[in-house]
Design a protein around this ligand. Structure first.
Ligand code: NDP
Ligand code: 2IT
Length: 449
């Protein structure tokens, strides 16, 4: 068995080889703590150094992106694509536009994506890309020019059998469409090279909803295993973008009471609960007006805005972090647990830091890690690829049912690999090992490549 000393040694080597990349170290540690002991008990993986090889991305492309703003000024940004592993399918994963994007963040996201995509059961490898471009306050034309400039270089590195990007923070339907339009112009091919496209040009029903819906489906399955359900549960959601909006939608449909959403300026607390009508207003504020979340108060003045605060201090039964990495720290987790929170399902990637996860696990509450809970988005991206290859479009019902089944399968895989002797399920351990095994077996079959 791998010991704490072996884990420490392994991490020291990783940190030495990847200096100044704390998010990448954090993501690898989270997986290594479970996969190293598993590998030690399964020597075929150890002999072939499978996990060590998986901590080195296949390649990282980094490039200059120049564009012109509305004032005619030249702007220079950095673009990246981290192609982490194509062991079980073409590289697949989103593109993030946010001013805090670094190589470390994209390496952590690409690493996580490989395990997540494996869990979906679909043939997709892992990758992630993005830029330190800040889309906030930019005009529509500026967004278009940036997306075109970004794709002009990225187009050399992607393709429907090579690498299929999609959206992530700061990249939604509008940005995917500008990038798809530019790829089509450059390559002169109409092909499923991006997912999250518009419905009239190769996009899939349910892709917009998939991540948020899946996060709630996963919570539903965890609760059902304990003979419980979502009805009447008070829920905290962070973020107010794509994932948060559709998590809120599914929670409302399931009879839960959603008390919060948030953005980087603070938390909106609506003690009466966010209804379907209020959610429609949030979608309008965020997608059409591109306003800040506190604009909600202009229409619903009984709600409260808590500037610079996260939702985690408000008493509730369940929490759904759907904004960004490391948004739930140890003290946040302690507050949640002290207030009686019984379950956490992660919509964002790596929203809980190590201290927070320790708190959840010691309290033995239901904790669904992002690579399992938010896999619904990339799963429906995989179904978009299938539909593009077959040149057909499945119906909304068909896709929602497929999403539901995929989320249930992921839950079962986590239970299979994560159940301890006392019957308690460690969903993080289950997701890490189940995600690893499929990729590892493919790598074993290929030999040393
Ligand atoms: P959006 O850009 O649609 O929304 C992001 C939301 O998170 C906004 O409300 C934003 O607020 C908030 N946010 C972003 N960065 C920060 C920050 N540094 N601090 C506080 N709040 C922040 O992105 P998505 O909803 O698509 O993505 C949200 C999370 O879900 C990310 O972690 C992403 O990786 C993950 N995810 C997304 C999937 C998808 O299909 N889109 C699939 C799986 C995971 P503000 O506007 O103020 O920045
Ligand atoms: O983190 C994620 O899984 C995503 N941003 C979605 C990736 C995708 O290819 O749909």
């Amino acid at each position: 068995m791998a010991t704490t000393a072996q884990l420490d040694d392994f991490m020291q080597g990783l940190i030495r080889r990847n200096p100044g990349e704390p998010e990448f170290h954090q993501a690898v540690y989270e997986v290594a703590q479970h996969v190293l002991p598993y590998v030690a008990a399964n020597p075929k993986y150890e002999r072939e150094q499978i996990f060590q090889r998986l901590t080195e991305p296949d390649r990282i492309v980094s490039f200059r992106v120049c564009w012109e703003d509305d004032k005619g000024q030249v702007r220079t940004q950095r673009g990246y694509r981290v192609q982490h592993s194509n062991a079980i399918g073409p590289y697949k994963g989103g593109i993030r536009f946010h001013d805090n994007v670094t190589q470390s963040i994209l390496k952590f996201l690409a690493f996580e994506q490989t395990f997540k995509n494996s869990l979906t059961g679909l043939p997709m490898g892992g990758g992630k890309g993005g830029s330190d471009f800040n889309p906030k306050g930019k005009s529509d034309r500026e967004i278009m020019r940036f997306c075109q400039a970004f794709m002009t270089e990225l187009s050399r590195h992607i393709g429907p059998f090579t690498d299929v990007p999609a959206g992530d923070i700061g990249v939604g339907g509008r940005e995917v469409s500008y990038m798809f339009g530019q790829y089509k112009r450059l390559v002169n091919e109409f092909t499923g090279v991006l997912t999250g496209k518009g419905l009239s040009y190769g996009g899939s029903e349910i892709r917009t909803e998939a991540t948020g819906y899946g996060v709630v489906y996963f919570m539903e399955d965890m609760l059902a295993r304990q003979g419980d359900g979502l009805k009447g549960k008070r829920c905290l959601v962070s973020g107010s973008g794509n994932v948060a909006q559709y998590a809120v939608e599914k929670l409302i449909q399931s009879g839960a009471v959603v008390l919060t959403v948030s953005d980087s300026s603070g938390t909106l607390y609506d003690p009466d609960g966010i209804t379907a009508e209020k959610l429609a207003h949030i979608k309008h504020l965020k997608e059409v007006q591109r306003a800040r979340i506190n604009a909600y108060l202009d229409t619903y003045p009984k709600a409260e805005f808590l500037p610079d605060r996260k939702p985690w201090g408000i008493p509730a039964d369940l929490a759904f972090p759907c904004a960004t990495q490391n948004e739930v720290l140890g003290e946040d987790a302690q507050q949640l647990v002290a207030n009686g929170c019984r379950g956490v399902s992660e919509g964002a990637n790596m929203p809980s830091n190590k201290d927070a996860i320790d708190v959840f696990q010691q309290a033995r509450i239901l904790y669904a890690p992002s690579k399992a809970a938010n896999a619904g988005g990339v799963a429906v991206s995989g179904l978009e690829m299938t539909q593009n290859s077959m040149r057909i479009s499945w119906s909304r019902d068909e896709l929602n049912q497929r999403l539901r089944v995929i989320m249930r399968d992921i839950h079962e895989k986590c239970v299979r690999y994560g159940t301890g002797d006392d019957g308690h399920v460690d969903y993080l351990k289950g997701a890490n090992i189940a995600g690893f095994v499929k990729v590892a077996d493919a790598m074993l079959a290929y030999g040393i490549v």
